[in-house]
Design a protein around this ligand. Structure first.
Ligand code: TRH
Length: 377
């Protein structure tokens, strides 16, 4: 009998919560033969990532995952063997009772936010609170040995390498999105929150001697793009040219299509958690817009990641990258930092590949979770 997993996801805002849990659920089914129920409180957010989702249904199957709408008024449900509360979401009281009443006590874990900070290693796998006799554990994703690792599907890097070596496959993929790439243009994807630094970055690209083509999936950053272009009502399909810069708005693609988009680009601006990890698997230089938290605690996370990622870079490449990332996350002037980054392009590109391979040498998060359960029983 397959081990039964329940994954609980509340969509706080944006797409990261559902993005991570949907990816994990699919992987547990496809690669570990688990029986997975994914409880989601907001099917509309889910639908953006997986358009086959029917938002009116209480229960449906998607890619082998039993997708359940998490209703406001909880209905009785049997507890699973393994229960994952994603990002510290609060489980329904009745469900926690069902866990406690189960003949075999389930393994209960909190899947935490991703961070490169040192303390994560010490906390990963530790017991957290108890409900009756049911013990909860911390499970921390991470970039270091001793953490839960990163979500990475089997064969992902091989598929990516094949695609990146196949110019025709890339051309076809981009064509379907309405993108025609000029052969000498730098291709950039841009997924970000609102950012006052965008105007200076776009100014720098427009004034560059080399052409740049920026692809912007519809989303929160479009307001800044509109202001910079001096247009209103930007929507998917819009293409605007200013100097050496072409700005093209893309539809928000389904989650499966987001990877090849990142793989096509020379440089990816990403945000939050899941797109940030996917850009690392793309093996290309990246820029991270971190999710803002109270009292600027996110800035410590940013520095922790920079400290880890930039190890092994020359001083000039490290300065260029750190400068660009700090400016972007402070909404500051990007022009000088972008110029420096372009000058270090080659080293940063090689480094992105090396970082990707190093991260891929560790067990992936789904495998680590399955192993954690195996060790626990
Ligand atoms: O949407 P996000 O900003 O999510 C954030 C973060 O996870 C943050 O840590 C969390 O606290 C907050 O949500 C609540 O960024 P993230 O994590 O990159 O999630 C975006 C998802 O959307 C990811 O799975 C990739 C996917 N995506 C598509 O499927 N199509 C697209 O066109 C794009 C741009 C993204």
């Amino acid at each position: 009998m397959a081990v039964r997993w329940d994954i609980f996801c509340t969509v706080v805002d944006n797409f990261g919560d559902i993005g991570v849990t949907w990816r994990l659920a699919r992987q547990l089914v496809a690669e570990h033969r688990c029986a997975v129920r994914l409880w989601v409180d907001d099917l509309r957010a889910f639908e953006r990532l997986c358009p086959e989702v029917d938002v009116t249904l209480a229960q449906q199957w998607q890619q082998g995952v039993d997708v359940c709408h998490w209703p406001r008024e909880w209905l009785p449900a049997e507890a699973a063997d393994v229960v994952i509360a994603a990002f510290a979401c609060q489980l329904p009281g009745d469900y926690m009772d069902a866990m406690a009443e189960r003949k075999v006590t389930p393994l209960w874990m909190n899947l935490d936010y991703l961070s490169a900070e040192d303390w994560v290693v010490g906390c990963h796998g530790l017991p957290s609170v108890k409900y009756k006799h049911v013990q909860k554990y911390f499970f921390f994703p991470g970039f270091r040995e001793g953490t839960g690792g990163l979500l990475r599907e089997v064969g992902l890097l091989e598929r990516r390498q094949q695609f990146q070596q196949d110019a025709e496959a890339q051309r076809r993929f981009l064509q379907e999105l309405g993108v025609e790439r000029a052969p000498d243009a730098r291709l950039i994807s841009l997924f970000a929150y609102e950012n006052t630094g965008l105007a200076s970055w776009f100014d720098a690209m427009a004034a560059d001697v080399r052409a740049t083509h920026v692809l912007v999936p519809e989303g929160r950053v479009l307001g800044d793009v509109e202001r910079w272009l001096g247009v209103e009502g930007l929507a998917a399909g819009a293409v605007h040219r200013r100097g050496a810069l072409t700005v093209q708005v893309l539809p928000f693609v389904r989650q499966d299509q987001y990877d090849p988009l990142l793989w096509c680009c020379d440089f990816n601006a990403v945000r939050g958690e899941d797109s940030f990890v996917r850009a690392q698997w793309a093996g290309r230089p990246l820029l991270w817009h971190i999710y803002q938290q109270e009292e600027d605690v996110h800035l410590e996370k940013l520095e922790a990641f920079l400290g880890l990622y930039t190890q092994g870079l020359s001083e000039s490449a490290e300065k260029a990258m750190s400068g660009l990332w700090r400016a972007w996350n402070a909404g500051q002037d990007m022009a000088g930092h972008w110029k420096n980054t372009c000058e270090q392009q080659r080293e940063l590109a090689e480094h992105a590949q090396a970082w990707c391979l190093e991260q891929a040498s560790r067990p992936d998060l789904a495998t680590a979770l399955v192993k954690f359960y195996g060790n626990w029983i």
